[in-house]
Write a protein that binds this ligand. Structure first.
Ligand SMILES: [Zn+2]
Length: 382
């Protein structure tokens, strides 16, 4: 039995924001706009503010969310939310402002500190949440998760709860046109990782399979185009849809080995999330393949590959992924600038942390700490 949960209202296409505004009105009369300093000054936020004014929703803008939202930013946001007597939040930006908006909404009513809720299910009457992504990757607009850094301990806290799923998601490809090539590559690979992991996870279900296959098909076709030409409207639109679909996948299935092994790289070397996933993708999927050959083969079929056996199809699919990694110029840890001795010194710890996260256990093949060590070594040709 699987529980399948998605946002209440999802708007797509060029006029997604216009369509969504009357539904925002149902969430309250005053919004807190949560964003970053750059997007906060962009025409996208200008358009949002104009739209809110047109339908008489008052607002206050909080644009101090950086790439890694931490508890002090959230506390500040909550204080503004309460002082302004806002009634719902609108997160606009990449994954960080979206995650921050969820945490501000939750902490505005929960009390205590964010750390108190780490690992627990967040419950209660949380204010409405609107998510407007301006990158195509994290899928935060579709998930019941938010990641906030504990600034005192320098650890990332994962908060979860069905109440954190946005009530409204606004998916407009045009909002993502300004992403740099690097961000396009990293976020796109994050979405691809979500979809492939969810499809080959032990937690996959018939409905997540539908979303996962669709996301993989869109990403394999349109990520190279979006990377090469950021102003290709069709490619941006398709990637925005794919990132949402892949978000639905991780929300209702799970991530597996790649994310499990990626988080320690991010924590120790501050490699952006999508990039550390992309560094690992080829090695991890090759390791996992014989545990789920049929599933990898179906993904191969989905992107139009033809081979005489499932094994060959699965291999051909992985070859396509490897090609994409090369095309997007994803660096190895060495190329990223991580020194060999620094990498070697923490391999044991990274493998321990990866296994402890629980994500690798969702892979359809028994995995041990030693397997993780070998994969980490292979990334550095050790
Ligand atoms: Zn991810």
């Amino acid at each position: 039995m699987s529980h399948f949960f998605i946002p209440n209202h999802v708007f797509t296409g060029e006029d997604a924001l216009q369509q969504a505004l009357p539904y925002m009105k149902q969430l309250g009369e005053k919004a807190l706009i949560v964003t970053g300093p750059h997007v906060g000054k962009s025409p996208m936020v200008e358009k949002l503010r104009e739209g809110l004014e047109e339908i008489n929703i008052a607002y206050k803008q909080f644009d101090e969310i950086s790439t890694e939202p931490d508890d002090t930013m959230i506390q500040k946001g909550v204080a503004i939310y309460q002082k302004e007597k806002a009634q719902f939040v609108i997160g606009i930006g990449g994954g960080s402002p979206l995650d921050a908006a969820k945490a501000i909404a939750a902490m505005s009513v929960l009390g205590g500190e964010i750390a108190d809720y780490m690992g627990k299910e967040i419950e209660g009457e949380i204010p409405g949440i609107v998510a407007i992504p301006t990158t195509a990757g994290t899928g935060s607009e579709a998930t019941r998760f938010t990641v906030i850094t504990d600034s005192k301990k320098d650890v990332k806290m994962l908060l979860k709860g069905d109440k954190l799923i946005p009530d409204i998601a606004v998916l407009c490809g045009e909002n993502t046109h300004d992403m740099s090539r690097k961000v396009t590559a990293m976020t796109g690979m994050d979405a691809l990782t979500h979809a492939v992991e969810a499809y080959t996870s032990r937690c996959a279900s018939p409905l997540t399979d539908v979303y996962a296959k669709s996301a993989v098909k869109r990403i394999m076709k349109y990520l190279p185009i979006a990377y090469q030409n950021g102003y290709n409207a069709k490619a941006r639109e398709q990637m925005t849809l794919a990132a949402y679909e892949a978000g639905v996948c991780i929300n209702n299935s799970s991530v597996t080995l790649v994310h499990g092994m990626s988080r320690p790289i991010g924590a120790l070397f501050h490699v952006p999330h999508g990039m550390s996933n992309a560094m690992l993708l080829d090695a991890c999927l090759n390791w996992a393949m014989d545990g789920a050959t049929m599933r990898f083969a179906r993904l191969g079929e989905e992107i139009g590959l033809k081979e005489e056996s499932d094994e060959k199809l699965a291999q051909a699919f992985l070859a396509q992924i490897k090609e994409l990694v090369l095309l997007l110029q994803i660096p190895t840890p060495k190329e990223y600038g991580i020194k060999q001795e620094d990498w070697e010194a923490v391999i044991d710890k990274m493998a321990t942390d990866a296994i402890a996260s629980g994500s690798p256990a969702n892979t359809r093949k028994e995995i041990t700490k030693e397997d993780c060590i070998k994969i980490y070594q292979s990334l550095y040709d050790l």
